[in-house]
Design a protein around this ligand. Structure first.
Ligand code: CO
Ligand code: ZN
Length: 335
């Protein structure tokens, strides 16, 4: 498996609103494989390649560059920091982890004045009860307004990938690899690497207004239910192909786009699963409610432990997803 692109992308620092490092890596990877690209005022990276079809349409693939993180809200005299979440990060999950403040590492501690307080704080863990401890804080320029993300090296083992930034560098990787391995295009392809999905979906909304595609597809991770006592109302599993989203708690996919994805997969013997997620959402929500409405769907990679330092996915699902995206650009769209 060629995981070089993913490795580069998951190692880049990119909390919501601070995606420059990820964007610069992507530009280097795609610039020789597109007609042109631009960065809009919000920071989205938009690239395009024109197709040659007689009845061609505009297809937009979107993946978000940003990852969940924290922001520093307070620093005490000894340099201990208080933080707030940026996107869906919880105190239960960050307690005990290492955070990376763009090169400076901090560890997350908990208030524990008495044995009872410690027990209580663990049970009712809250951002009020935890702090970030940076070794030799005076030496580093981490203060109010600094962003942090999980610090963890990616691991590639057998056919699985483990990293805190699969959401959504896995989608970015799929877009990059699609562009880098395109042969012929029927439709006009627009590829957008968006900002601030985890915080507000602001990037997706703006880019879709700009491009006004005929079809938009958000490429992101989704939950999986193949672990002990996993969510019994969820069907997605690792290793059975990418998932075609029908609905999540923020959006309902356009029925034509769902059928288009299914039909293209079936015609080409690409495995897929259907996704209905009773929580969460993706850039699809931002994309669809722009201008006078955009026909939107989503392609998802089932992933375990989303929004923890150890998100896990199956590389084969990623490769099948890339195949499907490449074939979709060749499909005639008839509405
Ligand atoms: Co997320
Ligand atoms: Zn995501």
């Amino acid at each position: 498996m060629n995981t070089e692109t993913l490795k580069k992308l998951v190692e880049a620092f990119g909390p919501s609103g601070r995606e420059e490092k990820v964007r610069n890596i992507i530009i280097e990877l795609i610039k020789d494989h597109v007609d042109d690209y631009k960065i809009d005022r919000l920071g989205n990276l938009i690239a395009w390649k024109k197709g040659t079809g007689l009845n061609k349409k505009k297809i937009l693939f979107d993946a978000h560059m940003d990852q969940i993180g924290v922001i520093v809200t307070y620093k005490d005299k000894r340099g201990f920091l208080r933080v707030e979440p940026v996107g869906g990060i919880t105190p239960q999950v960050i307690y005990g982890t290492r955070l990376n403040f763009d090169g400076v590492i901090g560890v997350v501690g908990i208030e524990r004045e008495t044995a009872n307080a410690y027990k209580d704080n663990l049970k009712n863990l809250d951002f009020d009860k935890i702090y970030v401890d940076i070794a030799a804080p005076s030496k580093f320029d981490v203060g109010i307004g600094s962003f942090g993300v999980y610090d963890a090296n990616p691991i590639f083992v057998d056919t699985k990938v483990i990293s805190p930034a699969l959401d959504d560098r896995i989608g970015c990787t799929m877009l990059v690899e699609t562009l880098r391995s395109l042969d012929s295009l029927y439709n006009d392809l627009y590829v957008a690497f968006s900002v601030q999905e985890e915080h507000s979906l602001a990037g997706a909304r703006v880019e879709a207004f700009d491009i006004k595609p005929d079809v938009a597809i958000a490429v992101d991770v989704t939950d999986s239910a193949d672990t002990p006592k996993a969510d019994k109302r969820t069907s997605m599993v690792l290793g059975k192909g990418p998932a075609i989203k029908v609905m999540d708690s923020l959006s309902v996919s356009n029925s034509y786009v769902v059928e288009l994805l299914k039909r293209t997969a079936e015609k080409n013997n690409i495995r897929y699963q259907m996704e209905v997620l009773h929580m969460g959402g993706t850039d699809a929500y931002g994309l669809e409610r722009t201008a006078n409405g955009i026909s939107t769907g989503a392609l998802s990679i089932p992933t375990r432990y989303i929004h923890t330092p150890s998100e896990v996915c199956e590389w084969g699902d990623v490769e099948e997803g890339i195949q499907l995206m490449k074939l979709l650009i060749k499909e005639e769209i008839t509405f």
